[in-house]
Structure formats: C-alpha cells, structure tokens
Design a protein around this ligand. Structure first.
Ligand code: ADP
Length: 497
C-alpha cells in the first residue's frame, strides 16, 4: 500500500507494452489518494492481476469536486471554439492510439479485440459529433409583448458521472462528450473492474489541451466513491450507467442530499421480434449479434427473441448453427467474436441463470456451460421452450444467454414484447415496412431497431422507458441533460423613445 508508482509498465498479451497511469486524475495531474490505498485489477481472460491502481475515497471525491467547481468558473464561459478544438483533438488522439486503447480495453475487460476496436471508433466519432454541437447550444428570445424583453440561457453544470465496466471507453465518451461541449465540468468514476482505459484517456485529455479541473477521473468502488458522488452536496447533477438496482440507490442518494439532477441508463430485457416475412439470414445475423455481441454484456441486448410460429423451427436450426460457429476464447485472436465475461462474479451469476433455466424446464439448444479454457468464459447459450414466468425470461442476465419464445399473431408479439418492467430497446424484423412501423408505434422502448440491432449513431438519442432509466444520451437531447435553463425577463422603460 502506498508504494505503487503513479505509472507502471504493462505488457499486454498481444505484445504491446505501454505506460499505465495508476493515480487519481485531478486538475490534469495524476495524484495519490489521501490514504494511498490501492486495489487489484484483474484480466478476465487470464485471471491474472494486470496491475494495482489507486482508490478514491470520500475525501478524494471532495478534492476532485472542488477542482471541477474551480474549473467551472472559466470553462462554463469559455469560447465554444476552444471546447470544439479540445474535442476534435481528443477524437484525433483516440484514433491515433486506437490500437493501444483497444488492446488495453480487451486486456482489462476481456471483450474480444474486434469488439474493442468497434468501441474505440464509436467513441472517437461521438467526441467529433459533440465538437460540432459546441457552437449550436444556444438560448431563445421569447416575445411576450408589452414592455418586456425575455431571453433564456443554457447554463452548464458541475457533474458527477459513474460508468460501468461493459464499455469502459464508449460509456466514458457518452458522458464526457456533452460535458465538454456544454461547458460543464465533472468528476467521473470508472467501474472498479475496468479502471485502466479511463486513466489512459485522462492523459489524452490533458494532451488535447483541456484546461485543468474540467474533467477529473477517479478509480474506486461503487459503495464508497460512487456513493460519495451520488450524495455530494456540491454537485448539480449525477449521471449513471449501470444496473437498475444501483440506479435506484443513486436516485435516492441524489434526492436525500441536494436534489441534484439525475440521469440513469439502466438495465433491459429487450425483445427482438422475427416475423414470418423477414429476410431470414439477415435476421439471424442480427439476433446473433443482438445477444452475443460483447459477450452479452450489453444493457440493450436482444435477450428475448420472439419468433413467429411459421418460421420457428427454421430459425431455431439456423440460430443453433450460427451460435455454435461463434469463436469464443482468447480475446486477442482476431477471429474471436466472444471473449471473457468481465469477472468471476459476473460469470457465476450467468451460470446460475443457466442452471435456473434448466431447472425450470427450458430446453438448452446450444451452449449452456462455462468455457473450457482458463478465464471467465461462457458458451453462447440458447434456450428454447421458454415460458414467460421463468427467471431467464424475466430477469436481466447480462451475459450470452438468449430465450426463444414462439408467437402467432402481431398482437401477441406486441403483448409479449411489452411484458417486461424494462423498456430500453427492441428489434423488429420483417420485410413489410408498414408492419414494422405499426409495431414500433406500439412497443414501449426508448430505441426500436428495424431490420438491424445494436446499431448506434451519435445523432440518434439512446435511453430507456420505465425501469430502464431516465433521460437520454447522444443526439440533440443529451445537451438538455447537461444544461439547465435560466430565463431572464426584463421590464423595459421605452416610454422615452
Ligand atoms: P454491476 O452490478 O453489474 O457491477 P453496477 O450497476 O453495480 O453494475 O455498477 C456500475 C457502476 O456503478 C460502477 O462504476 C460501480 O462502481 C457503481 N456503483 C455500484 N454501486 C454503487 C452505489 N451504491 N453508489 C454509486 N455507484 C455505485
């Protein structure tokens, strides 16, 4: 404890070696936490310790929040051109370091290198998109007639942000993009399972010319550093991505402290519907990537596949073949699609769900077991004969496990799709665009993908209905979440003119 240098050499199994920061990033510097406590960071594919990193506690969060408050004084009134320049430079630096960043992500999270590369490209694209918004976030003039002049301003916020472990860099980009674009400042906590890439991005933020204190990044645990952020009296907002359970805790902490603004991007149990008239091979592809992308650790995973009865047997046979062809294993192998689950805890949780599916009478069509190799691997698992009451049909598993459910009519598909406490996403596969739009209108979810799945774009907002969350990320909507409106109403005296 306390002997760990502020940067260490890390050798990634694919042969890349680099210098990894380990401290807390506050005021553009890596610093020790007050009590110099560290924690171990484990590689899920090898089960070995990659390095230790320093852990933020309550008093460190206070220091980071003070840095964000101080930086707010100038950053919140900075020229949009400056913010744009920082965002564009950051996006370029991410592209230039894409190979290293995706390797760090794969080593730390266990996800396949293929998947990491996709994340890094999306993160750079999102920062670039936010750069374009810097000079377009404006107020209004409101004409109320008579002797008054009214205008509104968009006032940025001092934020706290808590991100999950499934897409460390991508989720960081969804959080930091709007902070930088609006003139807000932040303290961001990475997930304890995956602290490395956020600290590396911190280095790039300083290199991109971001003034000190605008973005502060800390590693630490949810119940300590995360809770300190959610309940902090000096923060204007907390933004969280993670489980619905923790989201509720965060909202409660925000309410009981200073009623800070809250945005939550939470869990899901998203339906992916295939109608008889769908292009089968295309649909199979989207069902497979819908659930097995990122080893199923995706909040909007299409984990409930609803199949129309006329094509049920055909779809099941094709899905089985496609799932069995997925390469699971060494995440650095360019052909691997599914790497390891993030942790032993997560893997055990998934395996327990698989056991409960078997016990409750669902039929294993493919997979159903832990992988053979060392590391936290789970086989891509498909369950048939699933009934609505089963745990695997209701609860979010957050792993490579999909349930297949048969339906007859369009009305039945809509009813099954909406039979969930969540409402993050849904997929619809059919060659009849009228049917697709009609069904999309009736499904209660924040994102509906038609003849595609897990298909993101920076301009398209993302977020949930019901227990899947509050607020939206990306698109134009997110900038409302990172500003509050100030209305100025002036009583004029124009009688002299
Ligand atoms: P999981 O249970 O799958 O690890 P979580 O929702 O617990 O997912 O974690 C997402 C993020 O929330 C992580 O950064 C974690 O540290 C943080 N977190 C967990 N518990 C709390 C809490 N009580 N208060 C604030 N943040 C938390």
């Amino acid at each position: 404890m306390g002997n760990l240098p502020l940067e260490v050499k890390v050798e990634i199994p694919n042969g890349i070696s680099y210098t990894q920061p380990t401290g807390l990033f506050i005021n553009n510097e890596f610093v020790y936490p007050k009590d110099k406590k560290t924690f171990e960071d484990i590689s899920p594919a090898t089960e070995e310790v990659i390095t230790e990193v320093y852990e933020a506690k309550e008093e460190d969060i206070d220091i980071a929040v003070d840095a964000a408050i101080e930086a707010y004084k100038t950053w919140s009134v900075s020229k949009p051109e400056l913010r744009q320049k920082v965002l564009l430079k950051l996006a370029d630096l991410i592209d230039e370091n894409a190979e290293l960043l995706s390797s760090i992500e794969t080593y730390d999270n266990g996800k396949s290198l293929q998947n990491s590369k996709g994340d890094i490209a999306l993160a750079a694209a999102y920062f670039r998109s936010c750069a374009g918004w810097c000079d377009k976030i404006t107020g209004n003039v409101i004409n109320t007639g008579g002797q008054h002049f009214n205008y509104t301003q968009r006032v940025p916020l001092v934020c706290g942000q808590i991100i999950p472990w499934n897409f460390p860099i991508l989720m960081l980009s969804w959080k930091l993009g709007p902070v930088l674009a609006t003139g807000s400042t932040t303290v961001l906590k990475s997930a304890e399972q995956t602290p490395l890439s956020a600290l590396y991005i911190a280095k790039l933020l300083a290199e991109a010319g971001m003034p000190k204190g605008v973005v502060n990044i800390v590693s630490g645990f949810g119940k300590i550093a995360g809770a300190a952020i959610a309940s902090h009296m000096k923060l204007d907002k907390v933004a969280f991505t993670g489980s619905t359970l923790v989201g509720k805790t965060i909202m409660k902490a925000a309410a009981e402290s200073n009623l800070k603004k809250v945005t939550l991007e939470l869990g899901g149990k998203s339906p992916n519907i295939v109608f008889d008239d769908a292009d089968l091979d295309e649909s199979i592809q989207h069902i497979i990537t819908g659930i097995f992308y990122n080893s199923g650790e995706v909040c909007c995973a299409g984990s409930r596949v609803l199949i129309q009865s006329g094509i049920y047997d055909k779809v099941v046979a094709k899905l089985k073949k496609a799932a069995e062809a997925i390469k699971v294993g060494n995440p650095f192998d360019p052909d691997t699609f599914m790497g390891a689950q993030v942790s032993e805890v997560q893997m055990s949780k998934i395996l327990q769900y698989i056991e409960s599916g078997k016990e409750q009478g669902a039929k294993v069509i493919s997979g159903g077991k832990r992988g053979d190799a060392k590391g936290y691997f789970v086989q891509p698992t498909i369950f048939g004969d699933v009934e609505g009451h089963m745990k695997i049909a209701k609860e979010e598993i957050f792993g490579p496990v999909v349930t297949l459910i048969k339906f007859d009519t369009v009305e039945e598909a809509i009813e099954l799709a909406n039979d969930t406490e969540y409402g993050l996403a849904a997929g619809i596969h059919s060659s009849d665009v009228n049917k697709c739009i009609g069904v999309a209108n009736k499904i209660n979810a924040g994102t509906i993908w038609v003849n595609t799945y897990n298909d993101f774009h920076p301009m398209v907002p993302f977020g949930g209905f019901h227990s899947s969350g509050i607020g939206r990320e990306m698109g134009e909507e997110v900038f409302n979440e990172y500003t509050q409106t100030k209305a100025v109403r002036i009583k004029l005296n124009t009688s002299r003119f």
